[in-house]
Design a protein around this ligand. Structure first.
Ligand SMILES: C[S@@+](CC[C@H](N)C(=O)[O-])C[C@H]1O[C@@H](n2cnc3c(N)ncnc32)[C@H](O)[C@@H]1O
Length: 243
């Protein structure tokens, strides 16, 4: 992301969709005048907790808001960079969302975001779907629909971002294993909480769900390595410039 954004000394970045526990310095802009991290409401931990952690870690130039990036009233033309690691795939109205994000950027400002590639490039998603299918014939998620595959299709994303006011749209393929935990137990604690697992578990009766989750645990055990539980994945690093 640094490479996409450029190493300009005094950026004002906005980070879209971090998670609780993300280190406040992860936007890696210690010289920024002001950094904003914005994520959708999480009932468990609010922005005040994130602020306290940032203060405790000695990172004063970061602000946190619990807000929906689709409609958040950014001060127009305020930010130099909008970054997101897998936090921009869940918008109900993607055009409205990226138009709003573009409005937050200065002309020439950069957008850098990570999003998953096609489902077949993502062993981890295929595994979650296979283990939790529980006899159901799960339809492939259509490109563009809110969810992990929302920005998987290059042509679709080019049209989306151009329509929202971006140009110089580029894609870098990143094919690295995802790491889910030091061992299968730790990995299950994490994976059991992610949206796709919860979504696929919804509607299963208790016994079916328990059996499906046992299959998921078995798959995690089968992927244990000395470096932890790893699955193949493919992501796009998508870059663009505000026109
Ligand atoms: C898959 S998590 C990614 C979290 C983190 N960036 C990471 O890489 O670990 C998706 C994040 O996007 C946030 N999110 C989803 N929709 C959002 C929206 N409309 N506005 C702001 N944040 C959103 C969620 O709250 C969550 O924190």
């Amino acid at each position: 992301m640094d490479a996409v954004c450029g190493r300009v000394r005094r950026h004002e970045p906005v980070d879209l969709g971090p998670v609780p526990g993300d280190r406040p310095d992860r936007a890696r802009r210690p010289s920024a005048r002001h950094r904003l991290r914005l994520r959708a409401v999480n009932p468990r931990r609010g922005a005040s907790g994130a602020r306290r952690r940032a203060t405790a870690e000695g990172v004063p130039n970061v602000d946190f808001r619990q807000a929906d990036a689709q409609v958040y009233a950014f001060d127009p033309g305020t930010f130099d960079i909008a970054i997101s690691r897998f936090g921009v795939m869940f918008f109900d109205d993607r055009t409205a969302a990226f138009t709003n994000i573009a409005s937050a950027l200065r002309s020439g400002g950069r957008l850098a975001m990570l999003a998953w590639q096609d489902i077949r490039k993502n062993e981890w998603i295929m595994t979650v779907r296979e283990t939790l299918a529980a006899g159901r014939d799960l339809p492939m998620p259509p490109a563009g629909a809110p969810g992990p595959m929302a920005l998987a299709d290059q042509d679709d994303v080019r049209g989306l971002l151009a329509g929202a006011g971006f140009e110089s749209i580029g894609f870098t393929s990143i094919e690295e294993p995802v790491w889910f935990g030091a061992d299968a137990e730790a990995a299950y604690e994490f994976v059991g909480e992610i949206g796709i697992v919860k979504g696929l578990s919804d509607g299963l009766d208790a016994d079916t769900k328990a059996a499906a989750h046992e299959q998921l645990r078995a798959a995690l055990r089968a992927h244990e390595t000395p470096e932890g539980v790893r699955f193949g994945s493919g992501a796009w690093l998508i870059s663009a410039t505000k026109a």
